[in-house]
Design a binder for this molecule. Structure first.
Ligand SMILES: *[C@@H]1O[C@H](CO)[C@@H](O)[C@H](O)[C@H]1NC(C)=O
Ligand SMILES: *[C@@H]1O[C@H](CO)[C@@H](O)[C@H](O)[C@H]1NC(C)=O
Ligand SMILES: *[C@@H]1O[C@H](CO)[C@@H](O)[C@H](O)[C@H]1NC(C)=O
Ligand SMILES: *[C@@H]1O[C@H](CO)[C@@H](O)[C@H](O)[C@H]1NC(C)=O
Ligand SMILES: *[C@@H]1O[C@H](CO)[C@@H](O)[C@H](O)[C@H]1NC(C)=O
Ligand SMILES: *[C@@H]1O[C@H](CO)[C@@H](O)[C@H](O)[C@H]1NC(C)=O
Ligand SMILES: [Cu+2]
Length: 786
């Protein structure tokens, strides 16, 4: 361990330090104002972390196991008359009714605000997803139950008001998730069919499938989504891949479609086989072709699959044996967490978080300097649409809400996934019929934004030979979650800056869903990535709901375009007519105008304003929605796989009226019914409601066109697989909002004789924090002042 490393670790009193902290051997260095000595003693005491308690207990509370059990018992009571079979019944069949999932119903905004602002107690409800295979027309239905705790008034009702699709709160059974008895039936059926084809797959692919648990299986498969259009049929493509680590990146050229319609698995059928772009309509047809030697075999997957492992290889780079830089908090944490209420305070920011299995983290009642900015900030869905010269990739259109993003968080690795010293929160939620806690799966940390937040240098000030310089430290609080949804790891950061800015950043890593390499494809769907595989062109889109409540709920959406016009000016007679730009303001008056285009050349600014609340200068106080990196949408408007289910992703920006009846842009069950989804986003806009000084919601997208590259192997890089958006104050205050910060320095040239004295507002590194010669604050001006 190098001396520097020992000092840094010792100074921060990390609990897991291997070597005992060693005293710091300080070299000479410049005087740092505010420091009582010039040398660190090398051992900072562990700073005391402060906690907080939310003034109002969180309005959101996942059910504990007792509450879930009570709901299950209540639903199963004979007087409910629901003809339910126990979900844990070993003979549970698709043709039974059973409770699939229970969670806290997302409460109405009306009720949450009445509770937060006026202390009016909130009613509590449950959302239930029921598989109803015993019904005459088998369906899956969402219900809500309440009020809770269970009492005489407690009732179960279809959750009509959440959903605007043609089938209300239900989908036809064929669109149901492949889980429980259905998943088991599909696996048993595919095992039978593939075992019967084992001689052919062994010959053509060099691999075979005998079932997930069977040790002879060298193949594995994945059934892609969506496998239905509107729930009337279910035709599911499966891609055949090498079993083991990361099958997604080891596909063969074999794709098979299964008819998995209905609740009777004895009616399941092999529907189509596609190998080497040739279609076989039945197993018999395939076998006949094989026997007759009519199958043109492609090369086996390369035996070497070392490319999927990230084990270190190659020479070590100079100095790379040293630990990478990291965020440090030499003075302790500047944020406070109430872990019980999942409530956080940071330098003027206050907010609650909510969590559910569909989408994970959400933010509520976000206030800055005691004024409400957002009622809700929440991801709605994370989707991906693929394309490729084979049926599996061409029909893949994932909606990750379906898989339960919140349920797919995993433990964050300290020092790697999150900086050392981060604070970890558990995710508490319910999934299926269980109360779940995923320990340490959300991290909170403060970070340097990497630049000063403001800065200026004026070389000389009138009346003084010296200048004026100010620089203010830029910091932000980051709340992070990482969900591993199958092949991909998605990282989402929500950051709250000292200047009132909020950012969302999404990054992706993990394995690409690759395609078998076919040189004749000419790279049209992706380049060759390894011996046997090529990349697959796809689009990622993540939709976010930003329910701004700037001060109160009466807000207005304004579009400011920079337009260019030919003008003549009396003061420029020699120019005649010349082009000049100006702002042109458009208030988005109604939802009919609420579906907004993307921004070209930055010549449009979208702002949410409260036109009844003016700043000191008479300008409406507002926030701007600033597009960031890669705010992409889906490339196709009419593709069948996202026809009506993914409308939110076809829309660069949108603004609608907030309604408790339009709580989300997507739904977990949208996945398999793209032609009859629970939520059709564009319907929010059909009634053309007034948007001026109303409770409005902005819907925005992050995403990326994934131009796959050999650098996606073994895992996609978070540097480029990155998308962001920013919400920034726009005339929110009378001036920028960091003028109150003490972490700021001023050198004011009017101070008279002697070296220029910095003013650091009483904040400087603690004595124990090692600084180098270059860190002195005195003398930096002497060259300039001369
Ligand atoms: C109740 O469900 C079972 C299957 O679990 C079904 O066989 C039966 O017909 C159903 N009863 C009624 C009255 O719907
Ligand atoms: C939420 O609001 C909607 C629309 O007003 C209403 O229909 C619904 O019953 C409310 N839900 C609850 C749980 O009170
Ligand atoms: C989560 O943390 C709790 C409390 O520290 C502990 O009892 C439990 O075993 C942990 N769960 C897992 C899965 O590690
Ligand atoms: C301004 O006038 C010039 C010359 O007629 C023309 O080429 C240009 O397109 C005009 N610009 C705009 C914005 O109308
Ligand atoms: C300016 O905005 C108004 C109101 O939306 C619109 O009618 C007009 O066409 C815009 N002008 C230009 C030059 O874009
Ligand atoms: C080092 O300095 C800090 C104050 O910054 C003090 O709390 C600590 O006790 C000192 N440690 C030693 C070993 O002197
Ligand atoms: Cu991707």
């Amino acid at each position: 361990m190098s001396v520097l490393k020992a000092v840094v670790l010792g100074c921060l009193a990390l609990p897991f330090v291997h070597a005992a902290p060693r005293p710091f051997q300080a070299g000479p260095r410049a005087v740092v104002p505010g420091l009582s000595s010039t040398a660190s003693n090398g051992t900072c005491p562990a700073p005391v972390t402060e906690f907080t308690t939310a003034q109002v207990p969180s309005p959101f509370k996942p059910f504990n196991q007792d509450e879930l059990d009570a709901l299950v018992a209540w639903l199963h009571a004979p007087e409910r008359n629901l003809n339910l079979t126990k979900a844990e019944d070993p003979n549970l069949a698709m043709s039974d009714n059973y409770i699939y999932h229970i969670e806290e119903l997302k409460p109405n905004k009306t009720d949450v605000l009445a509770y937060l602002d006026n202390g009016i107690p909130m009613p509590r409800y449950a959302r239930i997803t029921m598989h109803e295979g015993a019904k005459q027309v088998p369906v899956v239905t969402d219900y809500f139950i309440g009020p809770l705790p269970i009492c005489d008034e407690t009732a179960i009702q279809p959750l009509d008001y959440f959903y605007n699709g043609v089938n209300g709160p239900r989908i036809l059974f064929n669109g149901a998730i492949s889980a429980g008895p259905r998943a088991a039936a599909i696996e048993a059926f595919i095992t039978r069919e593939m075992t019967a084809l084992a001689d052919i797959t062994q010959d053509v692919l060099g691999m075979a499938y005998f079932g997930e648990e069977d040790e002879r299986s060298t193949l594995s498969y994945f059934v892609t989504n969506p496998f239905s259009k509107d729930g009337t049929q279910a035709l599911a493509w499966s891609s055949w891949r090498r079993a083991g680590l990361a099958p997604y990146s080891q596909p063969t050229d074999l794709n098979i479609r299964w008819d998995i319609g209905g609740t009777d698995p004895s009616l399941y059928k092999l529907n189509m086989v596609v190998y080497n772009n040739k279609v076989y309509h039945s197993a018999e047809e395939l076998r006949t072709a094989w026997k007759n030697g009519q199958i043109e075999k492609r090369p086996f997957l390369s035996a070497d699959n070392s490319y999927i492992y990230k084990d270190r290889k190659g020479p070590v780079r100079a100095l790379e044996n040293r630990m990478a830089p990291t965020t440090v908090e030499p003075d302790g944490k500047r944020y406070k967490v109430d872990a019980k209420n999942k409530y956080i305070e940071y330098l003027g920011w206050k907010f609650y978080t909510r969590f559910d299995s569909d989408i994970g983290l959400q933010f509520y009642d976000v206030k800055f300097k005691n004024e409400r900015i957002l009622y809700e900030l929440s991801m709605q869905d994370a989707i991906a649409q693929y394309a490729g010269n084979n049926p599996f990739q061409a029909s893949t259109a994932y909606m990750d809400r379906h898989y339960g993003i919140g349920g797919l968080l995993n433990r964050l690795v300290p020092g790697y996934d999150c900086p050392y010293h981060a604070t970890y929160l558990n995710a508490d939620f319910s999934y299926l019929l269980k109360a779940v806690t995923t320990n340490n799966s959300i991290c909170i940390f403060e970070a340097d934004i990497g630049t000063p937040i403001t800065r200026h240098f004026e070389p000389s000030v009138p009346g003084s030979a010296k200048g004026y310089l100010q620089s203010t430290k830029g910091s932000k609080l980051v709340v992070r979650q990482i969900a591993t949804v199958g092949n991909y790891d998605y990282l989402w950061d929500y950051a709250f800056y000292v200047d009132g800015t909020i950012t969302i950043d999404a990054h992706a890593s993990g394995y690409v869903q690759a395609t078998y390499y076919r040189p004749e494809d000419g790279g049209q769907w992706g380049p060759r990535l390894q011996e046997s595989i090529q990349g697959t062109l796809h689009t990622h889109v993540m939709n976010f709901k930003a329910d701004f409540d700037l001060i109160d709920t009466a807000n207005t959406f304004v579009k400011t375009d920079i337009v260019v016009e030919n003008v003549t000016k009396e003061w420029a007679p020699e120019l005649g007519e010349f082009e000049m730009m100006r702002y042109n303001f458009t208030t988005i008056e109604t939802e009919a105008q609420g579906l907004l285009p993307g921004i070209s050349n930055g010549q449009t600014m979208y702002t949410v304003e409260n036109t009844a609340k003016l700043n000191k200068w008479g300008v409406p106080r507002g926030y701007r929605i600033v597009p960031g990196l890669s705010n992409v949408g889906l490339t196709s408007q009419t593709n069948p796989f996202f026809l009506k289910s993914g409308q939110f992703a076809k829309q660069p920006f949108a603004v609608s009226r907030q309604h408790d009846t339009e709580p989300a842009a997507s739904a977990a069950m949208n996945q398999n019914v793209p032609h009859a989804p629970l939520v059709e986003f564009w319907k929010f806009f059909e009634d053309g409601e007034d948007l001026v000084q109303q409770d409005i919601v902005a819907w925005v997208n992050l995403g990326m066109q994934h131009y796959t590259r050999s650098e996606d192997m073994p895992n996609t890089l978070m540097s480029e697989a990155h998308s962001s958006i920013m919400f920034a104050p726009q005339n929110w205050g009378e001036a920028e909002l960091t003028v109150d910060l003490q972490n700021a320095i001023i050198y004011n040239g009017n101070d008279g004789e002697g070296p220029l004295q910095p003013e650091t507002n009483g904040v400087s590194p603690p004595v124990c924090f090692p600084l180098g010669n270059q860190d002195g604050l005195l003398g930096v001006w002497e060259g300039v002042a001369a």
